[in-house]
Design a protein around this ligand. Structure first.
Ligand code: THU
Length: 130
């Protein structure tokens, strides 16, 4: 519930004048601290950033590198699922079994792991040329 409340609170500040789709994300790190972020759009559309990216940046800026749980919340008919780029960003700081909680505005939550969201993803081992 802490993660949901943190994501809902930060979502209020989402800057989404182009999509009108406000998103909030909250991470629980290895220390137990919670880091939140919202989407920040830009008139040059590709320059916009996702809520997950904001939450990850806050965690890294605070000196932590391990996600133990992440929750994403948005409106809309279906519960929001992290975009492809965000899956890669989450995976960078997670083990495959890290839960990704996808919430709607009422607090109804669907749970999946980052490993299931990004199977066979590009990882550090692929750069190991021996
Ligand atoms: N968005 C996120 O912030 N996170 C997601 O997981 C999906 C999409 C944002 C990006 C953009 O500002 C808006 O939602 C519509 O795509």
């Amino acid at each position: 519930m802490d993660l949901f409340n943190a994501a809902m609170t930060v979502r209020e500040n989402a800057y989404a004048p182009y999509s009108n789709f406000q998103v909030g994300a909250a991470i629980r790190s290895a220390s137990g601290k919670i880091y939140a972020g919202c989407n920040v759009e830009n008139v040059a559309y590709p320059e916009g950033t996702c809520a997950e990216a904001g939450a990850i940046a806050a965690m890294i800026a605070d000196g932590e590198t391990q996600i133990t749980e992440i929750l994403v919340v948005a409106g809309g008919a279906a519960k929001v699922s992290p975009c492809g780029g965000c899956r890669q960003k989450i995976a960078e700081f997670s083990t495959g079994d890290v839960p990704v909680l996808m919430a709607d505005l009422t607090g109804d939550i669907e749970k999946i792991t980052i490993g299931d969201l990004l199977p066979a993803g590009f990882a550090k081992d692929h750069m190991d040329v021996g």
